[in-house]
Design a protein around this ligand. Structure first.
Ligand SMILES: Nc1ncnc2c1ncn2[C@@H]1O[C@H](COP(=O)(O)OP(=O)(O)OP(=O)(O)O)[C@@H](O)[C@H]1O
Ligand SMILES: [Mg+2]
Length: 235
């Protein structure tokens, strides 16, 4: 067992967003967290990561209760969060963006990422080492954002809508690269509105609607369940 989220209730002030979200991600799995706009996908990741503390429920990582621990502590335990809003430094070069995100030591299990290893995973970035972050395309920024998180040597990657706003060809490349990360042993929780993209990469899926889990099961089960897809994904 890697990640075990149980009965999460999370609110921003008086507005409650999550109503008992439970999910698991096993070591080596890629699990999709799907759902339309505003259903609580990002809030679920923020609750796991300790960026927004849930008021009920638990998050366990490798058996340890990490509920509500501050994000820097959660990151130290091996969770890496790739935010939706690609937070890179616009005035630093690609290489500098990666270097400032470097962590001293690898986790006991994982590999110690280097700038060169990130370039191997994302060859498009290797050609842009000296370019400032602010001049990158959306796809390049997404790769750099993932690269920055990798420099923290995570075991489990929480990816928030990596395909958002990218052209189909770039999304295809990104899918391949995420697939490679998985082959290298990373465990992944992949939040997406783009169900087609996410299910190709994943072993299992959860669907959120209005802060509730409405479906959980294998990708095959999801493909066979037209009602669920139409009702909660619109595909
Ligand atoms: N900081 C905040 N303060 C108040 N409400 C918020 C805040 N962040 C998000 N919300 C609200 O919480 C709900 C769930 O948002 P969340 O970002 O978790 O959804 P999402 O599934 O990630 O959606 P999207 O596909 O748009 O990224 C939305 O109604 C949103 O308006
Ligand atoms: Mg979101």
């Amino acid at each position: 067992m890697t990640l075990e989220v149980s009965d999460l209730h999370t609110a921003y002030g008086l507005s409650q967003i999550l109503f008992g979200v439970s999910l698991t991600v096993e070591t080596g799995e890629c699990v999709a967290l799907l759902g339309r706009n505003g259903v609580g996908k990002t809030t679920t990741l923020r609750s796991i990561m300790g960026l927004t503390a849930p008021h009920r429920g638990t998050v366990r990582y490798n058996g340890v209760d990490i509920t509500g621990r501050p994000a820097y502590q959660v990151a130290k335990m091996g969770l890496g969060f790739v935010p939706e809003e690609r937070r890179i430094f616009p005035d630093l070069t690609v290489r500098q963006n990666l270097e400032v995100a470097r962590k001293a030591a690898a986790s006991p299990h994982g590999k110690a990422w280097t700038v060169e290893a990130v370039f191997e995973t994302f060859p498009a970035l290797a050609a842009l080492t000296g370019r400032k972050g602010g001049f990158l395309s959306g796809g390049e920024q997404q790769m750099l954002t993932i690269g920055r998180t990798l420099m923290g040597n995570p075991d489990l990657l929480l990816l928030d809508e990596p395909s958002e706003g990218l052209a189909p060809l770039i999304v295809r490349d990104l899918g391949r690269q995420i697939g490679r990360l998985r082959e290298q042993g990373l465990t992944i929780l992949l939040c997406e509105q783009n169900a087609k993209f996410a299910t190709k990469l994943s072993d299992r899926a959860y669907i959120l609607e209005k802060g509730h889990v409405r479906f959980s099961g294998s990708i095959d089960a999801l493909h066979q369940n037209e009602d669920v897809r139409r009702q909660y994904l619109g595909v």
